[in-house]
Write a protein of this length. Structure first.
Length: 395
């Protein structure tokens, strides 16, 4: 029943058009670990936008796991959306289909300092359930400020609080290099985890119940929810999941090709594969580690726009890859799925209506002649044929 109530609320959220509500002159203020937030309000809801949930991932923190923020005594104006994370549309890449179809547009305001979230809460809320929404975009694009992701329609019902979040994308969130100590992998996913932790810590201040958090997402956002159920199986924090058009988890190793292409183009050179240096002398291992640090430092000093432009021009893809911790290998997922070693939460798994039609014509070379939009949607987003053993519904 609990998850079905959320399904009803979520459906109304996806179908609703922007509502007209009078703006209240009273400024809502809430104390959080991100500071004392000053938001905005209408007759029925309070809204807090662009709230930072992590320290800015800039400078030496570029390509590092995001760190919690603690600015509890600082005043923060939460009336404007934060910047979108660095992103681009790679022509011909199916991951960019939503932007190609003009369903979503790239944010004009992009920045590395983008780890923020937005909250829509009914006024006078008391221990309400919380929906966290994570956007899709093939790990390449997306931003929480997109109009159709606004949560005012759900908050207007008075039955739940709605939270949307930004997380790092493409090369910024998934550098996909060979393993290097000074450069973390799959940090777009750990961004989402940190945002969930922020919500669990602070949502009671908004009238939410941290014991009733539902994770929802679309496409890549839905898949991140599944990935978190394995990576944090002992403590997922959320107690239910709504997965819209999320594919099965597909683990892939990396040889660092995409990273090396961009790094070389920007004058920062290659990384040597760890397996190659492990067979040579200790002196050379330390020399290579030092060289890696220099090359990571070089990339951390390159301008944000230069890295975005190089990634676009080279048509490189950056996404999750097997690291053994956040993303497992396929054998591990199959084994853990079979023995139930994942967080067991109620889940609704579905696809967005008519989504397959976006792929049939623009990417017809990928599919056999006569492929229907329904077939593409069902096999891509519900339980892909080639990886059916990785599709699961927790009980």
């Amino acid at each position: 029943m609990f998850i079905l109530i959320f399904a009803t609320l979520f459906a109304s959220f996806l179908l609703a058009s922007s509502s007209a509500a009078s703006v209240s002159s009273r400024v809502p203020r809430v104390s959080t670990t991100s500071g004392v937030l000053s938001g905005s309000s209408t007759d029925n809801i309070s809204t807090f936008l662009g709230v930072p949930y992590a320290q800015p991932p800039i400078g030496d923190l570029r390509w590092k796991t995001a760190l919690p923020i603690n600015s509890s005594r600082t005043a923060f104006d939460a009336t404007q959306f934060g910047a979108g994370c660095g992103q681009l549309v790679v022509p011909g890449n199916p991951s960019s289909v939503y932007s190609t179809a003009n369903i979503e547009t790239l944010p004009t305001n992009q920045s590395e300092d983008c780890l923020s979230l937005n909250i829509w809460a009914p006024k006078n809320a008391t221990r309400l359930p919380v929906i966290i929404f994570v956007y899709g975009g093939g790990y390449q694009s997306g931003v929480s400020s997109t109009t159709m992701y606004h949560g005012d329609h759900i908050a207007e019902t008075g039955r739940a609080i709605f939270v949307s979040i930004n997380y790092r994308l493409n090369i910024w969130g998934f550098p996909s290099s060979t393993p290097v100590d000074s450069l973390d992998q799959n940090i777009g996913i750990t961004d989402v985890r940190l945002a969930i932790e922020w919500v669990a810590t602070n949502i009671a201040q908004f009238g939410g119940d941290p014991a009733q958090i539902i994770f929802s997402g679309q496409s890549a956002g839905a898949t991140i929810g599944k990935e978190l159920l394995y990576a944090f199986d002992k403590d997922p924090i959320f107690v239910g999941q709504i997965a819209l058009s999320g594919i099965g988890i597909v683990a892939a190793p990396t040889d660092g090709t995409s990273w090396n292409l961009v790094s070389n183009a920007l004058g920062c050179g290659n990384f040597t594969n760890v397996s190659q240096v492990s067979r040579i002398s200790e002196y050379h291992i330390h020399t290579n580690i030092y060289t890696w640090c220099i090359k990571v430092s070089c990339m951390r000093n390159v301008n944000f726009d230069q890295i975005n432009n190089a990634t676009l021009q080279l048509k490189t893809y950056f996404g999750p890859y097997t690291d053994g911790t956040i993303i497992l290998d396929n054998a591990a997922y199959l084994a853990r799925g079979a023995n139930g070693s994942f967080a067991h939460v109620p889940a609704l798994i579905s696809n967005v209506n008519d989504e397959g039609s976006l792929f049939v014509e623009p990417y017809s070379s990928v599919y056999p002649n006569g492929t229907t939009a329904d077939f593409v949607a069902d096999t891509t987003y519900v339980c892909p044929n080639g990886i059916s053993l990785l599709c699961w519904v927790p009980q």
